[in-house]
Every structure is written in C-alpha cells, then in structure tokens.
Design a protein around this ligand. Structure first.
Ligand SMILES: Nc1ncnc2c1ncn2[C@@H]1O[C@H](COP(=O)(O)OP(=O)(O)OP(=O)(O)O)[C@@H](O)[C@H]1O
Ligand SMILES: [Mg+2]
Length: 300
C-alpha cells in the first residue's frame, strides 16, 4: 500500500545524510539562545528532541562585489517552520537559494563563511550537489510544473534516481500526492497534463514533486503569493501538516501568513540578520526597532 511507504524507505543515502553530530557545531551563545527560545515556545521535551537542520555561520553571498547576504549566523531547527521576512531586495531569496546551491548557476555569485546542512558545509569540496538537492527541495513562487502528465511530474525525481519497480513508483507517486493534499483531486486524471491543473493545484503538484525524492528540508520562496485566498489557505494548511516531518524554510511578504504558519522568524534588512526568534515573540515583542517598524508596516 502506498501509505506504508515511509520517508525513510524512499530516501537514498547521500553523502549529506546519516550524520547526527549536530550539537558540537553550534557556537555556545547561539545554542543557549536557540534553546531558550525553544523551551519558552515549545517546552523542554520538544527542545530536547529537535536538532539543527541547517546552520549558517558568518555566511555571506556575493554577486560579484555586491554582498547581498551579509555574515548571517542562524540556526534553522529540524521539523520547525522558519519564516524569512524583510523588505524587497534584502536578500531573502538569495539566502534561501544558497541552501540548495541554486546560486551555483549564477555567474559571479560566490559565498563566504559556512552553511551547514546535516552538519556538513555544503560549499566544501566533495559535496555531491545532486544529493544535496535531494535532501533540500525547493518550491518557487510560480509553480514550475513540467509539460508532462501529473504522474510523470511526481515520478520525475525518483525515476532519475532509479531502482524502483513500477508498483513502487506508483505507490510513491500516490504517497507524495497525498502528502501534498492533492491526491483526491487528481487520482482519476494522473495521465492528464499537469498544465491542465489550476494554479493552486500546480503549486501543490510542485510540492508533491519535491517530496517524492525524500527531502529533509523544503525551501519555499513565496509559495502562495501568486495564488488566490482559497489556494493560499490550502497551502498554509499543507505546510502545517508537513512541519511534522520536514524542516520548512519559507520566504513570505505576507506578515499575517508568517505569523500564522511559522514557529520561528528571521528578519533580514539590507542583507543582515536583524532579528531571529520564536515567531510569537518577534511579532508581539520584537527586540529591534527595525523589526517593529517593518512588521507594523512603517517601511518595506
Ligand atoms: N542574479 C543576480 N545577479 C546579481 N544580483 C542579484 C541577483 N539576484 C539578486 N541580486 C541582488 O541581490 C540583492 C538581494 O536580492 P534577493 O532577490 O535575494 O532579494 P529578496 O529579499 O528576495 O527580494 P524580493 O522580496 O523582491 O523577492 C538585491 O540587491 C538584488 O538586486
Ligand atoms: Mg525574493
């Protein structure tokens, strides 16, 4: 049965997987800060259970001589939703894209500092970028479905990886579509074109495609900003489900959305991390004046 395929079974071991020594990598001050936040927001049990999925340390991203992300140090906690907010041009997408090395494709773009996924610096030599992109999936603002069938869109990544029987592939497609809350709407038209789906359905299809390769982290860059309110609500409900199994890092311009769906919020301004904390705290009692001005709509 499709439902019995677990994430672990569908995952292929990559060089980024199988490590668990996260704690030694956290700077003492950082760890204390993050743990305090976790304790406050989620209780001691939860805090003990979670680890750091992605960690930026003095991490900068440069477009030639323009430092678009400036020495950001930040922990993204495993199986939490972290929202990245900030005014247009502050470096949100640049930071997000760096986490699965999408910026490799941009001439002149380079990074300094460290970015760790599963405790490995993903910019060190010898990192398998294909494996990285399996571990760290990405969903874009505009749903980028392939001009193929619904089934083939979801099966795309697993087929590249190979090794699945037809039945196992079908099960995986079903599981992924169920996880993306799309199955009921498409189960009778899997061989129909993905382009015939509505925008909101296409976005959920992209999420299903990202989930099909068994990622640990899912990056989302304004995934609902091109959608109507109903589709947006579905995506938000979906994120709420996915947080149980995946680490989600989401860029959004919608302050209400960030407040609704995220556990942690990072506020960027002109490439710098101005504030990071439990979402409740950032939105109700921000430490920095700039954060308050931004979330209350005084600028940006
Ligand atoms: N491919 C690129 N080449 C050169 N500069 C870039 C490139 N992409 C982004 N930048 C620059 O890097 C800075 C950060 O851009 P980025 O797209 O990360 O901002 P953002 O916070 O995602 O903004 P928005 O909210 O408008 O999407 C901007 O100054 C932008 O002009
Ligand atoms: Mg952007």
């Amino acid at each position: 049965m499709a439902e019995t395929i677990t994430k672990a079974q569908t995952k292929t071991a990559g060089p980024l997987e199988g490590t668990s020594a996260h704690h030694g990598m956290v700077a003492p001050g950082e760890a204390a800060f993050a743990q305090e936040q976790l304790r406050e927001a989620f209780g001691a049990d939860e805090q003990n259970r979670r680890e750091v999925a992605v960690q930026a340390k003095d991490f900068s991203v440069w477009y030639a001589t323009n430092e678009a992300v400036k020495k950001v140090t930040l922990d993204f906690k495993e199986r939490f939703v972290t929202a990245i907010i900030g005014p247009s041009g502050c470096g949100k997408s640049t930071l997000l894209r760096a986490i699965n090395r999408m910026n490799d494709l941009i001439p002149g773009c380079h990074v300094t500092g460290e970015l760790l996924v599963d405790s490995r610096n993903i910019y060190s030599p010898g990192i398998d970028v294909v494996a990285l992109r399996r571990a760290v999936g990405m969903v874009f603002q505009q749903p980028n479905v392939f001009p193929k069938t619904i089934f083939d869109n979801v099966a795309y990544g697993p087929r590249l990886q190979g090794g699945l029987s037809r039945a196992a592939l079908s099960d995986l497609v079903e599981t992924s579509l169920r996880r993306a809350a799309l199955w009921d709407e498409v189960k009778d038209r899997l061989r129909g074109s993905a382009l015939s789906l509505s925008g909101g359905q296409q976005q959920r299809l992209c999420i299903a495609r990202a989930l099909a390769v068994g990622p640990e982290v899912v990056l989302m860059d304004e995934p609902a900003s091109a959608l109507d309110p109903q589709s947006t609500a579905r995506i938000e409900a979906l994120i709420d489900e996915l947080r149980k199994e995946y680490t989600i890092i989401i860029v959004t311009h919608n302050m209400q959305q960030a407040a609704r769906i995220s556990d942690f919020t990072a506020f960027l301004y002109e490439g710098r991390l101005i504030e990071y904390g439990a979402t409740k705290q950032v939105f109700t009692n921000p430490v920095q004046r700039q954060t308050e001005d931004y979330i209350t709509g005084r600028f940006g």
